[in-house]
Design a protein around this ligand. Structure first.
Ligand SMILES: [Zn+2]
Length: 543
């Protein structure tokens, strides 16, 4: 009698445990792909994963304008609980981020499904990799779900969120200026603290009608280390592409658009080299990146599936190549420490990469009011046929510098440039201050013209300085900021500080107060190695 009672008790408790620890389903799955998750759904999903696996950790990496805590889920082997233990494990760290554009929702669903695999069917991957997942980066943009958003996208039927955050900023244009709490938290608390070897950024396309379920991009700015770029293009992405075809029967290719949907032979163009975009930013940190763009004209379920499969193939490729990738990244850091950076670009132009065959959806001109919108103009001009054909064309997939500048030994920044220095420090750039008045042979940038962009972009009229670096001996007061260029983030510091940079702190107005009527830029450079007495300030860079 007594035994029976105990057995019943144990059974009941086991049933309760099983219910509590049951693996969760995503909103996409439970709604039969009619809906996408809200912030509360994602937080509940993550909590259920933690109940199922006590080794899964969750950090908050930023708090949004509307007060939402952004989760970073850490899925590694037991004992990997923070950046120090991740480094000590010697394992590659892969960072997957979804929903930067909150109308592009399949990454958010696929990332949750991948997380579930990492505590169940694919648990073994966590012996080889530390996976960080930020499933809902633009949480504020996610919440105003409406069927009015992204209407040319094929589902989910019950609507999606908006592109911008609550400040009206596009978070994928905020990587350099860091105007949003989301971007400041991402850069400082994820990229700088965890230093992921590979970042994967999940999106949905808007443009051309082509034959790929998913397109992808490596880092596009040629200021990234050549070995990183070469490994992405020659090994990593081709291997993942082949696996997508072989194991899933799906066509994928480099992201781009036809210059003209009706005349594909005119070429396939990638987008932009500026590091305001996350894929280009990661390269300036000497690390690997993959931008993923699910094809918005296949249905929601197919987009979730292809993104999920792509994530799995990426993790498989890092399992295979992680050691080599870590060696390439470490070498890129080391070359900078040894002062091997000589010259980098400040302004860039798109270039033909190769002639190849690209899958085009045969399209014809339609009468106004008929057919699908022209993906380039947004007007109802294109009749799609559903017929996918390979077309020979040039892939304009790379960029080259059209203007370059010498990499100095160090930059000096005006002691009053507080906004700019705060941004540098949030990025993780080491900024020192001169201990005392110091006389140095250096160069000043003599301004001949200041031009503001006519159109507002991301709440700024971008500023372009014209002028020349000129040698001059100067005496700098104590407290002048010093940025040495033998630090691992030198490529990023160069891009932020060069006065002619197409995406630097001058362009984004962070030196405006010091540039009003100025004859020289508030940034000097010291070309030759010399002992400079300066101290790293203890000031905390970011919220
Ligand atoms: Zn996007």
């Amino acid at each position: 009698m007594r035994w029976t009672t105990i057995t019943c008790f144990l059974l009941a408790s086991e049933v309760l445990m099983a219910q509590t620890n049951a693996l969760p389903q995503t909103v996409a799955e439970t709604s039969h792909y009619l809906s996408t998750s809200r912030y509360a759904d994602v937080m509940e999903f993550v909590a259920a994963i933690q109940r199922a696996d006590a080794d899964i950790r969750v950090e908050t990496f930023a708090t949004t304008n509307e007060g939402r805590a952004l989760p970073l889920v850490i899925a590694g082997p037991p004992g990997v609980v923070d950046p120090a233990s991740a480094r000590a494990s010697g394992l590659p760290v892969v960072f997957i981020m979804a929903n930067i554009h909150a109308g592009e929702v399949e990454g958010k669903e696929a990332a949750q499904m991948l997380l579930r695999d990492l505590v169940s069917t694919h648990r073994k991957l966590r012996e080889e990799l530390v996976v960080l997942i930020a499933p809902i980066y633009n949480a504020d943009g996610n919440e105003p779900i409406s069927t009015e958003h992204r209407k040319s996208q094929h589902g989910p039927e019950h609507g999606v969120g908006v592109r911008e955050n609550a400040q009206g900023l596009d978070l994928n244009r905020d990587y350099m200026k860091l105007q949003s709490p989301e971007a400041r938290g991402l850069v400082h608390n994820v990229l700088d603290r965890w230093d992921p070897l590979l970042t994967v950024d999940l999106h949905t396309t808007n443009g051309s009608y082509h034959g790929y379920q998913l397109t992808y991009s490596p880092t596009l700015n040629p200021n990234a280390p050549a070995d990183v770029i070469a490994f992405e293009r020659e090994t990593l992405l081709p291997q993942i592409r082949a696996a997508m075809k072989k194991r899933h029967g799906k066509e994928t290719y480099y992201y781009g658009n036809f210059v003209d949907q009706l005349r594909p032979e005119e070429g396939w163009y990638t987008f932009d080299s500026r590091p305001r975009f996350g894929n280009n930013y990661a390269g300036l940190r000497n690390r690997f990146v993959i931008l993923s763009e699910a094809y918005s004209y296949i249905d929601f379920r197919a987009r979730v599936e292809v993104t999920y499969e792509f994530l799995h193939e990426i993790l498989g490729a890092v399992e295979d190549n992680g050691t080599k990738m870590m060696r390439i990244a470490a070498k890129a850091d080391e070359q900078i420490r040894r002062g091997k950076l000589r010259k980098l670009g400040v302004r860039f132009e798109i270039k033909p990469w190769k002639d190849t065959e690209i899958l085009w959806e045969r399209s014809v001109a339609a009468d106004p009011g008929h057919g699908a919108p022209d993906p380039e103009t947004g007007k109802g001009m294109i009749q799609r046929t559903g017929d996918i054909v390979p077309v020979k064309m040039t892939d304009y997939g790379i960029f080259a510098a059209k203007e370059s500048s010498e990499v100095p030994f160090a930059y000096l920044v005006d002691a009053a440039a507080h906004e700019a220095v705060r941004t540098l420090r949030t990025h993780g750039v080491i900024v020192e201050t001169l201990d005392g008045e110091t006389t140095l042979d250096g160069e000043q940038f003599v301004i001949s013209d200041q031009t503001r962009a006519e159109h507002e972009f991301q709440k700024h009229h971008e500023l372009t300085l014209t002028g020349k670096w000129k040698s001059r001996q100067e005496t700098f007061p104590a407290g002048t900021f010093l940025v040495r260029m033998n630090q691992p983030l030198a490529r990023l510091a160069f891009y932020l500080l060069e006065p002619r940079s197409d995406d630097g702190l001058v362009a984004w107005g962070q030196f405006d107060a010091l540039l009003d009527g100025a004859k020289t830029a508030p940034v000097r450079r010291i070309m030759k190695p010399i002992g400079i007495r300066a101290t790293v300030s203890a000031g905390s860079p970011a919220e």
